[in-house]
Design a protein around this ligand. Structure first.
Ligand code: ADP
Ligand code: MG
Length: 220
């Protein structure tokens, strides 16, 4: 973990949610990989970023916290004409301050989170992303600092652990990379106790990589 960089971002932050580029700066400073991403406020910028990232890509509204609820996340943008149409629509959504363009990744969606508990430091959370977190509440928790043994236990007690391992011919995700990501998150929380809550949802996991595509962090 690059503590100097973490402190720099935190000290410049205002109370509340960090802007998306600062969120990714913090994750990168903690050694957590993030998807290639650029934010555009004009169509011209968006087209430049698209050539740099390459199609297919994902477009998201920047500003609102729950982007898909508003129709603010569009995956599988393959052509310039689609990008142009989507850019116009996303910029008109309530609270939009720009459009995020990202490389499109595939894999199994993983959730990592943290929550400050008064007087106890931080609770670190992990699970599979999407419905596993929201519908089935299949999440493991441990108090920071979390070492490798405890991180591995958190993962193995999930009901969805067989999906992490890979079942029925479907590739799973790299368990050791997930163990490392939990430890990196724990170290980030030690370097930045001001973090009141954070969610990385999802990270895209494959047998070879674990990359964050969406995260929010609030500081106090
Ligand atoms: P929000 O949580 O604000 O609704 P997300 O950025 O998490 O928005 O996107 C919602 C869903 O879109 C993700 O759970 C994932 O299925 C898909 N998605 C988002 N970004 C990417 C990406 N870069 N590559 C592939 N799929 C993505
Ligand atoms: Mg999300």
């Amino acid at each position: 973990v690059n503590t100097a960089k973490v402190r720099q971002v935190i000290q410049q932050a205002q109370e509340g949610y960090l802007p998306p580029d600062k969120v990714f700066d913090l994750l990168n400073a903690a050694g957590i990989n993030t998807v290639k991403q650029h934010t555009a406020t004009t169509l011209e910028e968006a087209l430049d970023h698209a050539s740099a990232i390459g199609y297919p890509l994902v477009m998201k509204v920047s500003g609102p916290v729950h982007k898909s609820d508003l129709g603010g996340v569009v995956v599988g943008i393959k052509y310039r004409t689609e990008l142009e149409k989507t850019f116009g629509r996303l910029m008109q959504l309530e609270g939009a301050d720009g459009v995020i363009l990202q490389q499109q990744l595939s894999g199994t969606e993983v959730y990592l989170g943290a929550k400050a508990e008064d007087g106890y430091g931080h609770q670190v959370l992990c699970g599979l992303g999407g419905i596993f977190v929201e519908v089935f509440k299949d999440v493991s928790a441990a108090l920071a600092p979390v070492g490798s043994e405890e991180a591995r236990k958190m993962i193995r007690r999930l009901k969805s652990y067989p999906i992490i391992k890979g079942t029925r011919g479907k590739a799973g995700i790299n368990e050791e990379l997930l163990v490392e990501a939990i430890m990196k998150l724990s170290t980030l929380l030690e370097a930045a106790p001001e973090i009141s809550e954070m969610d990385i949802n999802p990270l895209m996991g494959t047998p070879g990589a674990l990359v964050a595509v969406d995260a929010r962090i609030s500081v106090c």
